[in-house]
Design a protein around this ligand. Structure first.
Ligand code: MG
Length: 275
């Protein structure tokens, strides 16, 4: 069990307010997404959720006519959801798991809070499948939004970006607020999609300061979208992610985000990796 870090508790509150910004550029009447008043990311070229950052190019990952059943997990995987129950999960503050199981899938109950794994993980390989609602509702960050928060802190964005633009670092497969996916590999809403992730946890010195940042590699529907990307720190909205004194932590649970949309999940498993 773990409690949400304070910054994430604030984010969760903000998150339910659907943090997206849709405005119209007066000159060309094209909608723009994101912000122009947020801090600059390292390198100084782009801001957090930068409205002017190029969007990831769309790549069709290949979509079968019918969704195949999930592939069985490998023999050494820790299975967190096999389609049957939420026995390996709980809710915020140690409460019972607030989401439901329907037709072999976990379904978010909007505004019921997070779903948090009972088990904690450090370095690991994660497989997760998700399906955004069909027909889609909303736009920008308000369409099929959830998130995979590794170690309950570091968000790989889940969003329906099939014909739904948003700011670059908020796309599905982004390290949210930090690094856009290399490409937009979304399948249509209502179709099963996969994340395969290699996670290398941050290391902290005995005094709690950062020794080595986290790194993440992500495949979305089999397509590489994060290539050993350095993670700047726990997820933040409209603010620069950073490791702060006091952020030192050990192994921690996986957290699935409730952003108010009934996203579905299935076939979730983890393989711990040796350091
Ligand atoms: Mg999200």
């Amino acid at each position: 069990m773990t409690s949400l870090p304070p910054s994430l508790a604030v984010l969760a509150l903000l998150g339910l307010a659907a943090p997206f910004a849709l405005a119209f550029n007066a000159e060309d009447q094209k909608p723009t997404y994101g912000y122009r008043d947020t801090p600059y990311l390292p390198g100084g070229q782009w801001r957090v959720h930068d409205a002017d950052r190029p969007l990831p190019p769309v790549v069709d990952p290949g979509t079968p006519d019918l969704d195949p059943p999930p592939s069985p997990p490998p023999s050494d995987a820790i299975v967190l959801f096999d389609g049957s129950s939420l026995d390996h999960w709980h809710g915020d503050g140690g409460k019972p798991a607030p989401w439901k199981v329907e037709d072999g899938a976990i379904v978010i109950v909007p505004r019921s809070g997070s779903l948090i794994s009972n088990q904690s993980f450090g370095d690991c390989q994660i497989h997760l499948e998700f399906q955004t609602p069909s027909p889609p509702e909303g736009s920008d960050q308000g369409r099929g939004n959830s998130g995979l928060l590794i170690m309950s802190r570091y968000e790989i964005q889940i969003l329906d970006n099939y014909n739904n633009p948003t700011y670059a670092d908020g796309h599905a497969g982004a390290v949210y607020g930090q690094t856009p996916p290399l490409v937009n590999a979304c399948r249509p809403p209502g179709r099963w999609q996969t994340f395969d992730i290699i996670w290398r946890a941050p290391r902290f010195k005995p005094d709690g300061s950062l020794d080595q940042p986290a790194f993440v590699t992500v495949f979305h529907n089999g397509i590489l979208v994060q290539d050993h990307t350095q993670v700047l720190g726990p997820v933040r909205w409209r603010d620069l992610a950073r490791y702060e004194p006091g952020d030192a932590h050990g192994d921690a649970p996986i957290l699935l985000q409730d952003h108010g949309d009934p996203v579905r999940f299935r076939n979730i498993w983890v393989r711990p990796l040796s350091h």
